[in-house]
Design a protein around this ligand. Structure first.
Ligand SMILES: Cc1cc2nc3c(=O)[nH]c(=O)nc-3n(C[C@H](O)[C@H](O)[C@H](O)COP(=O)(O)OP(=O)(O)OC[C@H]3O[C@@H](n4cnc5c(N)ncnc54)[C@H](O)[C@@H]3O)c2cc1C
Length: 345
């Protein structure tokens, strides 16, 4: 069934709201978005990286091959449709903190589900370009993820928002029920803001505070460096350094302690290297107790859906989850149990 005669109102224009409104529009639906811009929203401060491996145990993340295949379709197509650039593949150099970790990495690298994502070229050092002279890594002590990168989320959201504005389909406001037309289906994609709009999510949706720094430095590499924390070189020549994960605090104030810790990890990555701190951002990731998204019809509400809970890996899992919701809305396809909001009710 096509969506060409269906109307939707999406609440929120972060990563979730952008993906779901864009993909519904691509299916021919008539979509409006109401969003209250917040410079501290998760999508506005996120580094936007994707990485199909979890570095804790060197294992693939949830449905990694499918997620990777999907992001390589959705973001580039969106770039093309919007004549914008925001999808940037980058390799990740993961330094091994100790012998045990190195042994685990080498063991896991022998498995196809892991090695498929690794860069296994003979000369791994060639990946590390333009390192400062004091940095002299031993190639036995790092591994390289070949399938990774980042999406410039503010650029993506801006491009899609401009399109919506041209279509007169965007309203800058906090949602209230007076916005909803009689024949529209409502989709809440408002991140942690949903805790104020949907009381039934009280014990389901959680906040995970994150902090990230933006720096200017002389390093001109094009590889993400990771030693437990990461340094991401951006297209504009600056770098981002992050991130912190805090489940206890949901206040948006910046922590000096977090900043100092991140800078200390930077010093391990690029010893003696001069950096100028440009920005210290803080935001709240919308996540859930089982770390899976919240997708589907909200129980006991008519024509009301949710697309939320994208958590720490929104860039990687967002497109696949949005397509699952589009398939459900267009032909009643089952929403996979792991992401279905019904699992909590
Ligand atoms: C420091 C940090 C670093 C991160 N790094 C990464 C990373 O490298 N890779 C990755 O994949 N993920 C990362 N994330 C997570 C990622 O940001 C989230 O998964 C994703 O951005 C969530 O998007 P969202 O659209 O659900 O929520 P949000 O980005 O919060 O968007 C919700 C939108 O809805 C609006 N809104 C809220 N309530 C209302 C209302 N009542 N009416 C109208 N509008 C409303 C908000 O203002 C906002 O614009 C990071 C997050 C943080 C905080």
């Amino acid at each position: 069934m096509s969506l060409s005669n269906k109307k939707f109102l999406v609440v929120g224009l972060g990563l979730a709201g952008s993906l779901i409104s864009y993909l519904l529009h691509k299916q021919g639906a008539k979509v409006r978005v109401v969003n209250q811009t917040d410079p501290n929203s998760a999508s506005m401060v996120a580094a936007g990286m994707w990485n199909p491996l979890s570095f804790r145990r060197t294992v693939p993340t949830w449905l990694a091959p499918t997620m990777i295949e999907t992001i390589h379709k959705v973001y580039p197509e969106m770039e093309k449709d919007l004549s914008a650039k925001f999808f940037f593949p980058r390799k990740i150099v993961r330094y091994f903190p100790n012998e045990d970790y190195r042994a685990q990495w080498l063991k896991q690298a022998g498995k196809p589900e892991v090695s498929d994502f690794l860069f296994l070229g003979d000369d791994k050092l060639s990946v590390l370009k333009n390192l400062p002279s004091k940095v002299n890594p031993d190639q036995e002590y790092f591994g390289v993820v070949g399938e990774a990168g980042y999406v410039d989320l503010p650029a993506m959201i801006e491009a899609w928002k401009n399109f919506l504005i041209e279509q007169q389909a965007y309203t800058e406001a906090a949602y209230s029920s007076s916005f909803l037309d009689e024949n529209e289906t409502l989709i809440y994609a408002n991140g942690v803001g949903a805790l104020n709009t949907l009381p039934e999510l009280d014990d389901i949706l959680r906040k995970n505070k994150g902090e990230v720094l933006t720096l200017k430095n002389e390093w001109t590499g094009d590889t993400i460096l990771n030693n437990g924390k990461w340094l991401l070189p951006l297209e504009d020549g600056n770098c981002r350094l992050g991130a912190s994960y805090d489940w206890r605090s949901s206040e948006l104030e910046r922590s000096e302690e977090v900043k100092d810790f991140l800078l200390q990890k930077l010093d391990e990555l690029l010893p003696g290297h001069e950096s100028q701190l440009l920005k210290h951002d803080v935001g709240l990731r919308p996540t859930t107790k089982d770390r899976r998204p919240l997708v589907g019809p909200i129980p006991n509400r008519e024509r009301t859906y949710i697309f939320n809970g994208l958590g720490t890996r929104g860039v990687l899992i967002g497109p696949y989850c949005a397509l699952a919701l589009v398939a459900h809305l267009s032909n009643k396809a089952e929403i996979p149990a792991e992401m279905n909001v019904q699992r909590f009710f």
